[in-house]
Design a protein around this ligand. Structure first.
Ligand code: GDG
Length: 497
C-alpha cells in the first residue's frame, strides 16, 4: 500500500466493541508543507460527539475517505481507528450525488425540489450500502454495538443484521423523515423501511419525524407500533418479509435532538483574538447599527431566497436602510455537481446582484454575500458581531447554526430568528419563531428583532443558552447509546453506553 499519511492498521486482526459507520470518515486528506500527505480531523460535530465514546471503547470508524477510486487501507489518525470503504467515481455520482442527494434529500425535505426516481442510481445505492455493511461486519467484534449514521446508509442496518445477528445496531437519521403522503412516492419505500428496521433503535431529530416513520411502518407492513416500539413478528408471519430472524423482534423509534459541542464555542468566544476579530468585522462593515447574519450551506432547504425577499421588501418600504443595516450571508459551497444546486447558486447570486444594485450605495452594500467556507474561529467572530441571526430553513433536520449562535452569545445579547420548520424550533422556543413562507410574518419578525429592547434580548438569550449548554452533543450521544443498550442489553452494549 502506498504511504498516504496516518499509521496503517492490520485489518485482518482488528475488531472493535464499538463501531461508527458514516458516509464520510471524520478526517480530511491534507498535504503538509513538506509535501507529504496527512489526515486532519474534519471539524464536524459528529466527531466531537463520538470522540469520547470512541476513545473510551477504542472504537472503529467505517466510512469513505472523500476521494473517488482511493485505495487507502485501514489507518490510524489522531488516535481514531479508520476503515475506508472505497467508492469509484461512478459510484460517487450514482450513490452519493444521485440517489442520496438528488432523491432522498429532496424527498425527505418535503419535496422543496423535485426528487429524481432513477433505477440505476437506486441499484448503486444498494450495492454501496452492501459494501458498507460488509466492511462493518468485518471489523465488529462479537456482540459489538454498531451505530450507523444518516440517509446515505439506510439499508445498512438490515444488511448488517443478516450478516451478524449478534450485533446491537443503532441508526440515526440527521435529516427529517417525511409524512407518508410524500414518502410513499418512493418506488423503493418498502426496501428503505425494511433496511432501517434492521436496527434495534432508530433515532430521529424531532418527535414528528419518529411519528412519520412509525406511520410508514404501519401503512406498509401492518405491524403494531405501541409507544414507538415496532413489534415485528417472526419470519413469514403477517406482511413482514422477515429474513432477519426467526424470533419476533422489537425495534424502537424515538427522537434524540442532536446538538453542538457548546463548551468549545464558549471557549472560542473567550479567546482574545476572536473578540478582536468580531470588533474588526463590525468596523469593516462600517459600524452599522444592525448586522444581520445568515450562515448556511448553499442549499435550497435553507430558505435563503425567502430571507432575501423579506429583507429586500423592508428596504424597499423604507423600514430598513442600508446606511445603518447590513445582511451578511455566508453561503458555503455544497454539492456543486448536482444540477439543482447549480441552478440555486445562479438564482441566489442573481438576487444578490439585484438587491445590491437597487438598494446599495457607494459606501454600503445591502447584502454582503460570501460564497466560501471559513475556519470556525471566523464563524464564531461573525456570530459574535451579529445582532440578529436569521435561520429561515424551509425544512431542516435540526440546524446546528442556530445552536452555535446561541452558544456564542455569552453576553446574553443578540436575537435569533428561527424557522419553525427547523428541528431546533422544538427546543429553542424563546427565539422569534417564523414561518419563512409567510414573507409578511418574516418581515415583522425581522423588525421586531431590530427594535427589541435590551432587557427582552437578555431574557430570551439567557433561556436559549441554558437549553443549549445543558443539552450539548455529548448529552445527545450518551442519551442515544444508553437507549440502545436498553433495547438490547448485551454486555458489550452496556460497556459502550
Ligand atoms: C445536517 C442536517 C442537522 C457551515 N458553513 C461553514 C461551516 N458550517 C457549519 C455550521 C454547522 C454545520 O456546518 C452545518 O450544520 P447544519 O445543522 O446547520 O446543517 P447541515 O449541513 O444541513 O446538516 C441538519 C445536521 O446535519 C446535524 O445532524 O442539524 O438539519 O441538514 O456546524 O457552522 N463551518 C465552517 N466554515 C463554514 O464555512 N467552519
Amino acid at each position: 500500500m502506498a504511504q498516504r499519511g496516518g499509521t496503517s492498521i492490520d485489518s485482518d486482526t482488528e475488531r472493535y466493541d464499538f463501531v461508527v459507520v458514516s458516509n464520510r470518515l471524520p478526517v480530511d486528506r491534507v498535504v503538509r508543507r513538506d509535501g507529504t500527505p496527512d489526515w486532519q480531523p474534519s471539524p464536524g460535530g459528529l466527531v466531537t460527539a463520538l470522540e469520547p465514546v470512541m476513545r473510551a471503547n477504542d472504537g472503529g470508524w467505517v466510512g469513505w475517505t472523500g476521494t473517488a477510486d482511493d485505495d487507502q487501507g485501514p489507518f490510524e489518525a489522531d488516535g481514531l481507528h479508520l476503515h475506508p470503504v472505497p467508492l469509484s467515481a461512478g459510484e460517487v455520482e450514482r450513490y452519493y450525488e444521485g440517489f442520496s442527494n438528488d432523491t432522498i434529500w429532496p424527498l425527505y425535505h418535503d419535496v422543496i425540489a423535485q426528487p429524481t426516481y432513477n433505477r440505476e442510481t437506486w441499484e448503486t445505492y444498494v450495492e454501496v450500502n452492501r459494501r458498507f455493511a460488509e466492511a462493518s461486519a468485518d471489523v465488529a467484534a462479537e456482540g459489538a454495538m454498531v451505530w450507523v449514521q444518516d440517509y446515505q446508509l439506510q439499508l445498512v442496518p438490515r444488511m448488517l443484521r443478516e450478516r451478524r445477528p449478534d450485533l446491537v445496531i443503532g441508526f440515526f437519521n440527521h435529516i427529517p423523515f417525511p409524512a407518508y403522503g410524500l414518502f410513499s412516492q418512493l418506488p423503493w419505500r418498502r426496501q428503505i423501511v425494511e433496511g432501517l428496521l434492521g436496527a434495534d433503535l432508530i433515532g430521529f431529530q424531532r418527535r414528528a419525524d419518529a411519528g412519520n416513520f412509525l406511520r410508514a411502518v404501519r401503512r406498509l407492513f401492518h405491524v403494531p407500533t405501541p409507544h414507538g416500539r415496532v413489534e415485528l413478528p417472526a419470519a413469514g408471519e403477517g406482511k413482514w418479509p422477515n429474513s432477519m430472524s426467526d424470533e419476533p423482534r422489537t425495534v424502537v423509534a424515538k427522537h434524540f435532538p442532536i446538538s453542538i459541542d457548546a463548551a468549545a464555542y464558549v471557549q472560542l468566544v473567550e479567546t482574545e483574538s476572536v473578540r478582536a476579530r468580531a470588533a474588526e468585522i463590525r468596523r469593516d462593515l462600517g459600524d452599522p447599527t444592525t448586522i444581520m447574519l445568515g450562515v448556511d450551506r448553499l442549499d435550497y432547504t435553507k430558505g435563503i431566497r425567502h430571507r432575501f425577499a423579506a429583507y429586500a421588501e423592508l428596504l424597499d418600504e423604507g423600514k430598513l436602510d442600508v446606511d445603518d443595516t447590513v445582511l451578511v450571508q455566508i453561503a458555503s459551497p455544497s454539492r456543486e455537481r448536482v444540477e439543482t444546486y447549480k441552478a440555486l447558486r445562479d438564482e441566489i447570486e442573481l438576487t444578490v446582484g439585484r438587491v445590491n444594485g437597487e438598494f446599495g450605495t457607494i459606501k454600503h452594500s445591502a447584502i454582503s454575500y460570501l460564497h466560501h467556507g471559513y475556519p470556525r474561529e471566523e464563524m464564531v467572530a461573525l456570530m459574535l458581531a451579529a445582532d440578529i441571526m436569521l435561520v429561515t430553513a424551509l425544512r431542516d433536520g435540526m440546524n446546528l447554526v442556530a445552536k452555535e449562535y446561541v452558544a456564542t452569545r455569552a453576553d446574553d445579547d443578540g436575537v435569533l430568528v428561527l424557522s419553525e420548520f427547523a428541528g431546533a424550533a422544538d427546543e429553542l422556543k424563546q427565539a422569534l419563531l417564523v414561518n419563512p413562507h409567510d414573507i409578511e410574518g418574516l418581515k415583522r419578525a425581522i423588525l421586531a428583532a431590530v427594535h427589541m429592547p435590551r432587557q427582552e434580548r437578555r431574557t430570551r438569550m439567557h433561556a436559549l443558552r441554558r437549553r443549549v449548554l445543558t443539552h450539548d452533543v455529548e448529552h445527545w450521544s450518551r442519551d442515544f447509546l444508553s437507549a440502545l443498550a436498553e433495547v438490547r442489553p448485551t454486555a458489550s452494549a452496556q460497556a459502550a453506553a
